[in-house]
Each structure stands twice: as structure tokens, then as C-alpha cells.
Design a protein around this ligand. Structure first.
Ligand code: NAD
Length: 477
């Protein structure tokens, strides 16, 4: 069994209490490894190291071109380990091996992208009264605490950490207790090999309610970047409010795609394959609802059922597999409960609907037809491979159904009519709109939620603003 430690102040340490977190393989339920579970004392050490590094101005005084070189070196190290570390991520998280390896490349892309912006963080000069020179400087906050979810742990660290380093913040990362191994070990090793100054980045693991909440409430933490559920996001916002510090919160979703009568239905089916059945539907911006015009609903449902029949289920490291397990037994039971509640409320499981018996946390790729907007399956984030089909008759009704949710992370439009597409895009209440293909964005496009899906933005140049504060300087000449 592989054993991993916390990475604090450039050294590897066990938990001060000796506590560990044991991680299993969602495909087999076998133990993959264990990681140190950080105690409050360990969190104190990590925050102290980050604070010291910040006060020494390790990153702030590093020439922007040097910071850029450091970030590009981190990118190279992450790419170098993507095969080996991707394997560990695949075993602990359950996702496809290709997807796990890609996470390291994705994280590397963030370091390249933001590494190219370190020397472009420009302030401005402001005309004030005669004889006064007034200008702004963009400055980091200090110690930034990053709380990471288990569905894309490596990509999510890349997303927030690259911004944190580019802007000169020091960082303490708490990896997710359900898939912490590759993030706590390989990511830290890549940072170290690239020459990150000691204490600038510290990576620990622990349970959310204990280690996570202690970290975000720590008096020396000046900024929080959180990605996770709405429920936890609200707790994070309370912790931030108690200390009056900023928090970037990227939360869950219940995203709907509208299928207009002229839509290319094969494009809808292609999107479903990755956007709800890929990664077992454990995607924040999953296409979990399809709002489909009555005239094409039956044809689309047939195609979706055929899709589910063609998908091969198995462990992420097996050849030819499309659908992988959900992360845990709890998650499996939660997904099953949601599917059952939909069926009991009157929806029809035209595909799937139940867990797959045997070892591992596998749930059938599920299509629920006849879903009504007031059913729980249509309102709550399931985070599993369950697609709800909701029928509509006129286009205003489609927009109303799509927007009838507390969430606002993503939405989609399937139509050949560009006027229809732009009108719907204007009216949909979501941070990203996908037209004719789900996930059209990249690391360069701003990403974040409307309504309860969070605020601030990650990705793109926009994200850097969330990691910087503005100082105004006025000089009387
Ligand atoms: P979660 O909210 O249960 O946990 C997320 C992280 O928060 C974990 O590291 C956990 O240990 C920690 N945590 C839990 N309670 C805490 C507390 N009181 N204080 C501090 N930290 C705490 O979410 P999850 O189950 O790990 O991830 C799935 C959720 O994340 C889904 O809702 C999904 O939509 C969302 N998500 C959003 C995005 C996005 O970019 N918007 C990306 C990925 C996942």
C-alpha cells in the first residue's frame, strides 16, 4: 500500500496525531493507499510557512519573468509525471486513465497560460489634481487557502494555484479526502522539482469539517479559493465573512440543455456521452437536464437509449471502457436514491435506473423520461449518470424551465438557427452557455456560476482579478 505525507515548508511530514486517511479504488473497493490527515497543529505549520514566505516576499519580489519561468518549469514537471501520476489518480478516483492523465496536462496548461501573464499585471495612472501623481498597483492578498473537490482534483489545483502563484500569493492547499493521493504527493513533487521556494505552497489533506474548516477560519489566512458543493460553499462564505476576507466560490450545478425542433440530435447525443455519462456524471457543469421540444422528444429519447446500450462499463484502467464508477458507496446510494425518487414521482427510467450489482460503485447510465420540473430529480444536483428529460411546447416555456433552478453554472442550446441560439444565450441565467456542443470552453475562457453556483470567475484572464487587490498611491510632487 502506498503511503503519503503532508508537504509543509518544503518537507514531508506525518500528521502530528498520527492520523491517516485510507483511500479505496471505486472500481474494486480495494485499498489504494493512505495519506496523512492533517491536524490543527499541521494546519498551523502550513499557514505559518506560507505566511513567512509571503512576508519574505519570495514570490512578490521575484522578477515577473522569473516567476513566469518557474511556472513553466512546473508545467514541464506536471507533463513529465502525467503517465505515472495519472495512474494513481485513476485508481483512487475511478475515472478513465486517459482522463486522469489529462488532468496533469490540463494543470500544466494552466501554469503555461498564467505563466505568460505574470508580467502583464498592470496598474494604471489616474489624473487627479495638479502636482499629484496617482497610480494603482495590483497586489496579492497574502496567504490563500485552496479547498479542492475530488472529481477533478489535479485540474482544480492547477486552476487556482496557477493564479495564486502568478499573482504572488502564498498558498495552502487542502486536497479532497476521497481522492487525495496524487494531488498531495505528485503535485507537490512537481512543484519541488521545479524549484518552488520553501513554504510558498503547502499541500495537506484532511476531512472537510475538521481540517478544511480550521484552515479557512485560520486568522492568518487572507483569501480563500473554494470549489465544491453549494452546501459547503455557504459555510466557506460564512467563514470568510467572519474575517471579512474575499472568497472565490465555484459551486455545483443543475444545468439544462434546450433542444429546439431543428436541432441536430446526434450533436445532443454526442454531448450526453461526455457531459452526463462521462466521469459517471460527476461533473459540476454536467448536462443533467434536457428540455426537449415535443416534436423531437421521442426520436431523441430513442437515440439516447441506444447510446446507453453502446457504452461499456468498467474500471477506468480497462481497455475500451466508457463509463466508470462513482467515487464512493455513499455517492452510489445517493445517486440510487435520486433515481428512485424520480421513478416514484412518475418519471420513467427508459435506460438504467439502478446500481450495478457486484464489486465497485457502479451505477447504470440512466435516462429518465417524463420528468417534471417540480420533481426532486429535476431540482437537485445528483452528481451521477442520470439524465432528466423534460418536454416543452413553446420556446418561452423552454427558457423558463431551464432557468427554474437555484443553480446557474452552465446551460446549453441545440439549434441550427443562430438567432434562436443567441436569443436563448441572452436569456439563460448561467455563467457559461454551450451552443450545439457541451464544454466548448477552454482554460482561457472565464468559468463560474450565476445564482447559487457561486461567484467570481476562475479560468481566463478574468480569474487573476480574484487573486489581487488594488492599492492606490498618490504622490504630491
Ligand atoms: P464538498 O463541498 O463536499 O467538498 C469540497 C471540499 O470541501 C473537500 O475538500 C472537502 O473536504 C471540503 N470541505 C467540506 N466541508 C468543509 C468545511 N466545512 N470547511 C472547509 N472545507 C470543507 O464537494 P465534493 O463532494 O468534494 O465535490 C463535488 C461538488 O463540487 C459538486 O457540487 C460539484 O458540482 C462541485 N464542483 C464545482 C466545480 C466548479 O468549478 N464550479 C468544479 C468541480 C466540482
Amino acid at each position: 500500500m502506498k503511503k503519503f505525507q503532508s508537504y509543509i515548508n518544503g518537507t514531508w511530514i506525518d500528521s502530528s496525531t498520527g492520523e491517516i486517511i485510507v483511500v479505496d479504488n471505486p472500481a474494486t473497493e480495494e485499498i489504494v493507499g493512505e495519506v496523512a490527515c492533517a491536524s490543527n497543529e499541521d494546519v498551523d505549520l502550513a499557514v505559518e510557512a506560507a505566511k513567512k514566505s509571503f512576508l519574505k516576499r519570495d514570490l512578490v519580489d521575484m522578477h515577473p519573468m522569473e516567476r513566469s519561468k518557474l511556472m513553466r518549469s512546473i508545467a514541464i514537471e506536471l507533463r513529465n509525471i502525467s503517465k505515472e501520476a495519472g495512474k494513481l489518480l485513476c485508481y483512487e478516483n475511478g475515472k478513465l486513465l486517459s482522463g486522469a492523465e489529462y488532468e496533469f496536462q490540463d494543470a500544466a496548461n494552466y501554469f503555461d497560460y498564467y505563466g505568460g501573464l505574470t508580467d502583464k499585471l498592470e496598474g494604471s495612472t489616474i489624473p487627479v489634481s495638479k502636482g499629484v501623481v496617482d497610480y494603482t498597483i495590483l497586489e496579492p492578498y497574502g496567504v490563500s487557502a485552496h479547498i479542492i473537490p475530488w472529481n477533478y482534483p489535479i485540474s482544480m489545483i492547477g486552476r487556482s494555484l496557477a493564479c495564486s502563484i502568478a499573482t504572488g500569493n502564498s498558498t495552502v492547499i487542502k486536497t479532497p479526502e476521497l481522492a487525495p493521493l496524487a494531488a498531495t504527493s505528485y503535485f507537490a513533487e512537481a512543484l519541488e522539482k521545479a524549484g518552488i521556494p520553501k513554504g510558498t505552497v503547502n499541500i495537506i489533506c484532511g476531512y472537510g469539517e475538521k481540517t478544511g474548516s480550521y484552515l479557512v477560519s485560520h486568522p492568518d489566512v487572507n483569501h480563500i479559493a473554494f470549489t465544491g458543493s453549494v452546501e459547503t460553499g455557504k459555510k466557506i462564505l460564512h467563514a470568510a465573512a467572519d474575517k471579512a476576507i474575499p472568497a472565490v466560490v465555484e459551486l455545483g450545478g443543475k444545468s439544462a440543455g434546450i433542444v429546439y425542433p431543428d436541432a441536430d440530435l446526434d450533436k445532443v447525443v454526442n454531448s450526453a456521452k461526455t457531459a452526463i455519462f462521462g466521469v459517471a456524471g460527476q461533473i459540476c457543469s454536467a448536462m443533467s437536464r434536457l428540455v426537449v421540444h415535443k416534436s423531437v422528444k421521442d426520436e431523441l429519447v430513442d437515440k439516447l437509449v441506444n447510446l446507453t446500450k453502446s457504452l461499456k462499463v468498467g474500471a477506468g484502467y480497462e481497455k475500451g471502457v466508457d463509463c466508470t464508477p462513482v467515487i464512493s458507496k455513499n455517492q452510489l446510494e445517493k445517486v440510487e436514491g435520486y433515481a428512485r425518487s424520480g421513478i416514484q414521482a412518475g418519471a420513467e427510467a427508459v435506460a438504467g435506473g439502478k446500481k450495478i450489482e457486484g464489486k465497485g460503485y457502479f451505477f447504470e447510465s440512466t435516462v429518465l423520461d417524463g420528468v417534471k420540473q417540480d420533481m426532486t430529480v429535476a431540482r437537485e444536483e445528483i452528481f451521477g449518470p442520470v439524465l432528466s428529460i423534460i418536454e416543452y411546447e413553446d420556446s418561452d416555456e423552454a427558457i423558463q424551465i431551464a432557468n427554474d433552478t437555484d443553480y446557474g453554472l452552465a446551460a446549453g442550446v441545440f439549434t441550427k438557427n443562430i438567432d434562436q441560439a443567441t436569443e436563448a444565450s441572452n436569456k439563460l441565467e448561467a455563467g457559461q452557455i454551450y451552443v450545439n456542443s457541451w464544454f466548448t470552453g477552454s482554460i482561457a475562457t472565464p468559468f463560474g456560476g450565476y445564482k447559487q453556483s457561486g461567484y467570481s470567475r476562475e479560468k481566463g484572464q478574468q480569474a487573476l482579478k480574484s487573486y489581487l487587490q488594488v492599492k492606490n498611491v498618490g504622490i504630491q510632487l
